[in-house]
Design a binder for this molecule. Structure first.
Ligand code: NA7
Length: 540
C-alpha cells in the first residue's frame, strides 16, 4: 500500500459516471487540487456496467447529455431518439477525452472508507489498494442505481451453467445462441433485455415475481431534419429544461383526466401510447395524485396488454396487481409484450409458483422444473443509499453514515448530511435525481456544489455542514410532498421496499426539478442558510 500522502487536496471525487465526469470538469475549471476514484476500468458509471442486450436510456438522447458546452453539443450527433448503452458510453468516453479528464481518475479502485478529522478539517479517503488521500471536500458521485442486488435464492451458488447480472454484464460478447436462458427480474433491465435474449437464445423463461407496467419506447433513428432542428433550438430547449418539472421538456393534457369525456381520455392516452416513452405516465396532470385518474390510465394500459398478448392467462399474469400505474418507474420497451407470443418464450408467475431451489441444472418452483444453461439476474439495486452506506463513512462527532441512515436517509437538499462536513452527495436520496433527467440534474447539483466550495475558499471557511434541524425539515418536506402522490402506495425501490430490512420511506424529492433548483438557489443566495460554516480563525 502507498503511504498516506501528506498533501491535502481540495477535492476527491468518487465515481466517473455522468456526475463524476462533470464534477471533474468543473473542479479543474475551478482550479481545484482534485483526484477522482472509479471502481470501473474506465469512465461511464451506469453505462459502463450495464452492458446487457437492449440497455437503453428512457430519456431522449438529445436531453440525456451535457449542456455545459455549446461546442460539445454541436459536435455530437445522437443517432436515435433513445440512445443505446454503447452510444451513451461512447459519448461519455468522448467527453472524458475531449476535456482530458481521464488522467485525473484512478480506475479499477474502490473507495472503502472516508473519515473526517474535525481538528484538521480534512477527510481521509481510503482506497481498496491502501492508497489514502487527504482532502478538504469529498464528492460522492457514486450513482443512485449502482449497488446491484444478488438475490438470496436457496441454492443460487449450485447452478452449473453461466450466471450473468445485467448490472455487471461482461465486456466481451456473450453468445446465447442455442442456450436455454432463465431471466429473473422484470424491472426496466429485465424488460429491456428479454426481447433481445428471446431472439438470440434457444428459449427464454422469464421468472416474474412482480409485473411492471411498460409502454412502447417507439425508438427510431433521428432524421436529418430532426438533427437540424435540434441543433437550431438546443439553447431554448436547454433553458426550458433547467426549470422543467422533470429536467426535460414534457407536457400534460390541459385538463385533468377526471374532467374530460371518456372519448377525450382515450384519445389522449392513445396519442401518448403511440408517441411512446415514459411520458405516458404524465398524460394527465392528476394521474399520479388521483387514484380515479390513475385507474383510467391503468385500464387503458391493461387493455393494450390483453390486446397484444395472445394467451389470456399470460396477459393476466403480465398485468400488475400491486401498484398504481407509474408509481414504480414506468418501463419503456421494444416488443416486450409481443415477445410472449413467441414459441420459445415462457412466463413463470412466481406469485403463483415460487422458486423453491436453484439447482445445478436450473430452477425448481413449487410445481415444475426448468432446465437452464444460463441464468440472467436483473434483480435491481440497493437504490439511492446502497453505494453510500456500503462505504465506511465517518463524519464529525462519531457520526457513521450507515447508522445515521438506518431509519431512512436524512439529507439537506439531497446534497449534504448533518454530521458530515464538506461531504457532498450527488444524485442521492433527498434529491429529485431518479425522477428527473439525470444530466440536467447532475449539472445543477455539481454547479451548486462548486459554488459552495468556491464560497468556502473565498471566505476562509474550512467546514460546511448542514444543520440537523435544516436536514430534518427538508426530509420532512420531502415526505409531505410524497404523501400527496400515489407513489407512496407502491413497494418500489424509491421506497426502499426492494431491499430486505431497509427502512420504507420515500427517498427522492418529488416536488419537481424546477422547484428543487429554486430551493437550492435560495440556499446559496442567502449565504447557505441551513449550513453551519466554520472559519479556522473562529476555531483558533
Ligand atoms: P428493478 O426495477 O428494481 O427490478 C428488479 C426486478 O427483479 C423486479 O422485477 C424484482 O421483483 C425482481 N427481483 C428481485 N429480487 C428477486 C428475487 N429474489 N426473485 C425474483 N425476482 C426478484 O431493477 P432494474 O434494474 O430493472 O431497474 C432499475 C432502474 O434502472 C429502473 O427503474 C430505471 O430507472 C433504470 P419485485 O418487483 O421485487 O417483486
Amino acid at each position: 500500500p502507498t503511504p498516506t500522502s501528506s498533501e491535502v487536496r481540495d477535492l476527491v471525487i468518487v465515481g466517473a459516471g455522468l456526475a463524476g465526469i462533470y464534477a471533474m470538469y468543473r473542479a479543474l475549471e475551478e482550479g481545484l487540487g482534485v483526484v477522482g476514484v472509479e471502481a470501473g476500468e474506465s469512465v461511464g458509471g451506469t453505462w459502463y456496467w450495464n452492458r446487457y442486450p437492449g440497455a437503453r436510456c428512457d430519456v431522449e438522447s438529445v436531453d440525456y447529455s451535457y449542456s455545459f458546452d455549446r461546442e460539445l453539443e454541436k459536435d455530437w450527433r445522437w443517432t436515435e431518439r433513445f440512445a443505446t448503452q454503447p452510444e451513451i458510453l461512447a459519448y461519455l468516453d468522448h467527453v472524458a477525452d475531449r476535456y482530458d479528464l481521464r488522467r485525473h481518475f484512478a480506475f479499477g479502485r474502490r473507495v472503502t472508507a472516508a473519515h473526517f478529522d474535525e481538528r484538521a478539517s480534512t477527510w481521509t479517503v481510503t482506497l481498496d489498494d491502501g492508497t489514502r488521500h487527504r482532502t478538504r471536500f469529498v464528492m460522492m458521485a457514486t450513482g443512485c442505481l449502482s449497488a446491484p442486488i444478488r438475490p438470496d435464492l436457496p441454492g443460487i451458488d449450485d447452478f452449473a451453467g453461466a450466471t450473468l447480472f445485467t448490472a455487471q454484464w461482461p465486456t466481451e460478447p456473450v453468445d446465447l445462441a442455442g442456450k436455454r436462458v432463465g431471466l429473473i427480474g422484470t424491472g426496466s433491465s429485465g424488460i429491456q433485455a428479454a426481447p433481445i435474449i428471446a431472439e438470440q437464445a434457444q428459449s427464454l423463461t422469464v421468472f416474474q415475481r412482480s409485473a411492471n407496467y411498460t409502454v412502447p419506447a417507439r425508438n427510431r433513428p433521428l432524421t436529418e431534419a430532426e438533427q437540424q432542428e435540434i441543433q437550431e433550438t438546443y439553447p431554448q430547449r436547454r433553458e426550458a429544461s433547467r426549470y422543467a418539472p422533470a429536467g426535460s421538456l414534457s407536457t400534460t393534457h390541459a385538463q385533468k383526466a377526471t374532467e374530460v369525456s371518456a372519448e377525450e381520455r382515450e384519445r389522449a392516452f392513445e396519442a401518448r401510447w403511440q408517441e411512446g416513452g415514459v411520458l405516458f405516465a404524465k398524460t394527465f396532470p392528476d394521474q399520479s395524485s388521483d387514484l380515479v385518474a390513475n385507474d383510467y390510465a391503468r385500464e387503458f394500459a391493461e387493455a393494450k396488454i390483453r390486446a397484444i398478448v395472445q394467451d389470456p392467462q399470460v396477459a393476466d399474469d403480465l398485468i400488475p396487481k400491486d401498484h398504481p400505474i407509474g408509481t414504480k418507474r414506468i418501463v419503456t420497451d421494444t416488443g416486450y409484450y409481443e415477445m410472449y407470443n413467441r414459441d420459445n418464450v415462457e412466463l413463470v408467475n412466481l406469485r403463483r409458483h415460487p422458486i423453491e431451489q436453484v439447482t445445478a441444472w436450473g430452477i425448481k418452483t413449487d410445481d415444475a422444473s426448468y432446465e437452464l444453461d444460463v441464468l440472467v439476474f436483473a434483480t435491481g439495486f440497493d437504490a439511492l443509499t446502497g453505494a453510500l452506506t456500503s462505504i465506511d463513512l465517518r463524519g464529525a462527532r462519531g457520526a457513521v453514515l450507515a447508522e445515521e441512515w438506518a431509519d431512512g436517509p436524512e439529507t439537506y437538499l439531497g446534497l449534504g448530511v448533518a454530521g458530515f462536513p464538506n461531504l457532498i452527495t450527488l444524485n442521492g436520496p433527498g434529491s429529485p435525481s431518479v425522477l428527473a433527467n439525470m444530466s440536467t440534474h447532475t449539472e445543477q447539483q455539481v454547479d451548486w456544489a462548486m459554488d459552495l466550495i468556491r464560497y468556502c475558499r473565498a471566505h476562509g471557511i474550512d467546514q460546511a455542514e448542514p444543520r440537523r434541524d435544516a436536514a430534518e425539515k427538508w426530509t420532512e418536506h420531502l415526505g409531505e410532498v410524497a404523501e400527496g402522490t400515489l407513489f407512496v402506495k407502491a413497494a418500489s425501490w424509491y421506497m426502499g421496499a426492494n431491499v430486505e430490512g431497509k427502512k420504507r420511506t420515500f427517498m427522492p424529492y418529488i416536488g419537481g426539478f424546477g422547484n428543487y433548483r429554486r430551493a437550492c438557489d435560495e440556499v446559496r443566495d442567502t449565504g447557505y442558510e441551513g449550513y453551519v460554516l466554520t472559519r479556522s480563525t473562529a476555531r483558533a
